[in-house]
Design a protein around this ligand. Structure first.
Ligand SMILES: Cc1ncc(COP(=O)(O)O)c(C=O)c1O
Length: 449
């Protein structure tokens, strides 16, 4: 008889992951009873940890009233309240929320809205998008076209849109030259972006899209000082929009509700997800400036896009409660304080580690990058699959973290991303770093280091 295997198409066909059967604050509980400290909230999702009673209650309250009504016919109370909460005070001029079911959908909507805006304002030649290498914007084809991660793009290359081109990542550890100051580096990146506008023809560019703090593909890379100022100036000068993808780094993860608040710039369109609903329901949103929506209102009168599950009432109810809790419990202050602790502990544990080349991040969003040789910043051979080994050794030591490969150039390089829940205690942070330290050393030992 054939061995019984899962009918779920899991990420790996070679191995069915352990079953998660429960959650309890910062802990995930596996079927065998093991408790795993969720040091990365999955992929920077579970900002309130698991099974928060207020969110569970909000979901069940909404479920008992109305689970679903199609947005072609109805709006709902939770959708209206969530949008009011997100953009009622028009942060940075963002005045409308388009509520979708995840990050990729939020990015797709952002791209399409930018395109439609230029059609409606008589600039149909604007059909090009500039993005950055080593970025991640999602896995649907539009979002993947925007993304700059070589490994993720490669198999789908023939299907990806030629409307997207990519410039150098604002990634100091790998891209800044030793003889450059930070200001020189920013000036070089700005000159490259300007040159890309000129190459394409400035009147053909619809938008520049970037993650303010790069997440999954590069590992918590904050921008160099002044970078987004320079980007904003170039976009404005050429009449292009700035789309900021805060799917991973937004909604408080870096210590401010929006990561762009720390850059002194505002986007025209923003994508959010993950921390919006904290994993309690699948939800994302595109936030759009009033200027863009007004132009469409004065034109065709409708955003030409849509999905069946737009503004899903239960998802909106969950996200609304998550955002209320973040406010009520002053969790952004917690992110800052615990973030400082996390940085300090990571520096103590890994600052002199001979295979940790860089420790970087912001708020409760930090990564360490593993290197074979610190002086040369040389990555390990990707065939060693170091990041995957760390994932396994971490799980063995009771830690959930988010390691990934391809950090340096989409193929080689390894990092481990941490994104602890905002409710983490000082002891939780200490435990995350201790367990990560053990996991990294065990994984290195397994490759003879
Ligand atoms: C910056 C960024 N954009 C978009 C996405 C895609 O989001 P989702 O996986 O919810 O479709 C992600 C997911 O990791 C992300 O980190």
């Amino acid at each position: 008889m054939a061995a019984r295997h899962s009918r779920v198409l899991h990420r790996s066909l070679g191995r069915t992951p352990p079953r998660a059967i429960g959650g309890d604050g910062v802990w995930l509980i596996a079927e065998d009873g093991r408790r795993i400290l969720d040091g990365s909230g999955g992929a920077a999702v579970s900002c309130l940890g698991h099974q928060h009673p207020r969110v569970i209650e909000a979901i069940s309250r909404q479920a008992s009233k109305l689970a679903y009504a199609h947005t072609a016919f109805f709006t709902s109370q939770p959708a209206e309240e969530l949008a009011d909460r997100l953009v009622g005070h028009e942060p940075g001029g963002l005045a409308y929320a388009y509520l979708v079911s995840g990050g990729s959908e939020a990015v797709e909507a952002s791209i399409k809205l930018a395109r439609q805006y230029f059609i409606e304002t008589d600039q149909p030649r604007r059909q090009r998008f500039i993005a950055r290498r080593q970025s991640y914007h999602g896995n649907t084809l539009g979002a993947l076209s925007a993304g700059g991660n070589a490994w993720r793009r490669e198999p789908y290359m023939p299907l990806l849109s030629p409307a997207f081109s990519h410039v150098t990542a604002a990634f100091p550890y790998h891209e800044k030259r030793d003889d450059e100051t930070e200001a020189d580096f920013v000036a070089r990146l700005a000159a490259e972006l300007e040159a890309e506008f000129q190459r394409l023809g400035p009147g053909t560019v619809a938008a520049f899209i970037a993650e303010p703090v790069v997440g999954a593909t590069a590992g918590c890379v904050p921008p160099p000082e002044g970078y987004f100022h320079a980007v904003r100036e170039i976009c404005d000068r050429h009449g292009a929009l700035l789309i900021l993808d805060e799917v991973m780094c937004g909604m408080g993860r870096t210590g401010t509700l929006h990561a762009w608040e720390q850059e002194g710039v505002t986007p025209d369109i923003q994508a959010i997800a993950k921390g919006l609903g904290g994993g309690y329901q699948p939800i994302g949103a595109m936030l759009a400036s009033g200027r863009i929506i007004d132009a469409i209102r004065d034109g065709s009168g409708a955003f030409q896009h849509g999905h069946t599950y737009l503004a899903h009432p239960m998802a909106c109810a969950a996200a609304l409660e998550v955002q209320r809790i973040i406010d009520d419990d002053h969790l952004l202050d917690q992110v800052k304080v615990r973030g400082t602790q996390l940085e300090r502990r990571l520096t103590e544990r890994f600052g002199n580690h001979r295979h940790v080349g860089d420790i970087r991040g912001r708020g409760l969003f930090w990564a360490i990058e593993l290197v074979a040789d610190r002086a040369g910043r040389t990555p390990f051979d990707p065939d060693l699959k170091l990041s995957q080994r760390i994932k396994a050794t971490a799980l063995e030591s009771g830690l959930g973290c988010y390691p990934a490969g391809g950090t340096a150039d989409g193929r080689s390089g390894d990092h481990v991303l941490l994104a602890p829940p905002y409710i983490s205690t000082p002891d939780d942070i200490d435990m995350i770093v201790d367990r990560l330290g053990r996991a990294v050393d065990d994984a290195l030992k397994s490759i003879g280091q």
